[in-house]
Design a protein around this ligand. Structure first.
Ligand code: SF4
Length: 377
């Protein structure tokens, strides 16, 4: 069990292994609080390889907290386009405004204060405090829970909040003990010979979970720095630990996507300010799978005159809690020719914008849920 496992024995092999094997990642070159924050938010629910280019582009466009705080919604959503979980960037922006207004533009170094910022939970607060400021704070995510459950052969459900709490407490005590014992802490930035660095330790723990004690498939115990200390390996329990409650099944939703064309332009619609994919652009769509004739009537009711209709390929997009099962139609409409005043009013009520491929690419953030139809613009 984790409770009675001696964690101090893990430090040296882990940190030594990390210094030899750490990946070179763009956010590790210059771990300022802003860089750590942006990268950690991007890395939530997203693979490292997918984040690299987004991170570089985001930091180039918005190099500091002040630039982020002043950024327009459409611009930061565009920079996030395709990364998913867009509430992350909304919260990032809201918190940047908060830092400018309440903390004079300086990202706090205190764990408790960091928790008051929008979108920052215990993991991100710990990551900023330790990676950017060398504070003895833990950064516990799924990787950390898994590797510690395995090394101590703890069969508690790692999704249980009490296991997370206990892991955080044990790691915090360990980090504080190490910093006090070596006399090293944030004051020397972990650079002194023989000093203990919370940054190195926390990154090493995450790296071990990402590269060696992996979440999917068998762990690579033969190359693990803890192979002689790991109880799950000795007891041959690596296929049973960690124990994790099953996630709820995702809800399935049927949708009909409309690519309404007017010349070389296509209709886009801004999603509501709240809820899934809030504030992003989408192709107009309706619940359910509609037939060709239903789509023609629908497009007419929107105030447009359909000239030609074509069924496109079906696609599925999976979010964390819901799946969209989409069918789609390309509908060519008569160029700005509203037969009646009423038709024109109805079209205006739909609040569609018509953009060509270049305009869409440059200005309108279209989530990857619609990626299958982007090529049809
Ligand atoms: S020895 Fe194997 S199971 Fe144990 S921590 Fe290392 S990789 Fe994970």
């Amino acid at each position: 069990m984790l409770q009675e496992y001696d964690l101090t024995q893990l430090i040296q092999p882990l940190c030594g292994w990390f210094l030899q094997n750490a990946r070179k990642l763009p956010w590790r070159d210059d771990p300022t609080p802003y860089h750590v924050w942006v990268s950690e938010i991007m890395l939530q629910q997203t693979r490292v390889e997918a984040v690299k280019n987004y991170y570089t582009r985001f930091i180039k466009a918005l190099p500091d907290i002040s630039a982020l705080a002043q950024c327009e919604e459409d611009v930061y959503l565009k920079l996030w386009e395709g990364l998913g979980y867009y509430s992350r960037v909304r919260n990032l922006h809201a918190a940047a405004v908060q830092v400018m207004e309440e903390y004079d533009g300086r990202i706090p170094d205190d764990y408790g204060t960091l928790l008051k910022l929008k979108g920052i939970g215990s993991y991100t607060a710990g990551a900023i405090a330790s990676l950017a400021y060398e504070k003895p704070e833990p950064a516990v995510d799924g990787n950390v829970l898994r590797v510690l459950a395995r090394v101590s052969a703890d069969d508690t459900d790692i999704m249980n909040p009490s296991f997370r709490k206990e892991t955080e407490q044990r790691l915090r005590a360990l980090l504080q003990y190490c910093c006090e014992r070596t006399g090293s802490n944030e004051k020397n930035n972990g650079q002194e010979a023989g000093s203990f660095s919370p940054r190195v330790f926390n990154q090493a723990l995450m790296e071990l979970g990402a590269l060696v004690c992996v979440p999917n498939g068998a762990p690579n115990c033969e190359i693990c720095p803890w192979k002689d200390l790991c109880r799950a390996r000795k007891m041959e329990l690596t296929d049973r630990i960690p124990v994790r409650t099953k996630k709820k099944e995702r809800r399935k939703e049927e949708k009909t996507i409309l690519l309404i064309r007017d010349g070389d332009k296509i209709a886009l619609h801004k999603r509501p300010a709240k809820g899934l994919l809030a504030g992003l652009y989408e192709f107009p769509n309706k619940e359910g799978h509609l037939s060709e004739s239903q789509v023609i009537s629908l497009v007419r009711s929107m105030g447009y005159s359909p000239l030609r209709i074509k069924r496109l390929t079906d696609s599925v997009h999976i979010f964390s809690h819901v799946e969209w099962h989409m069918i789609a139609y390309s509908v060519l409409v008569e160029e700005e020719a509203f037969a009646t005043k009423e038709q024109k009013q109805r079209a205006a009520m739909e609040e569609l914008v018509f953009a060509d491929a270049k305009e869409q690419k440059e200005h309108y953030a279209l989530p990857s849920a619609f990626a299958a139809y982007r090529k049809d613009i």
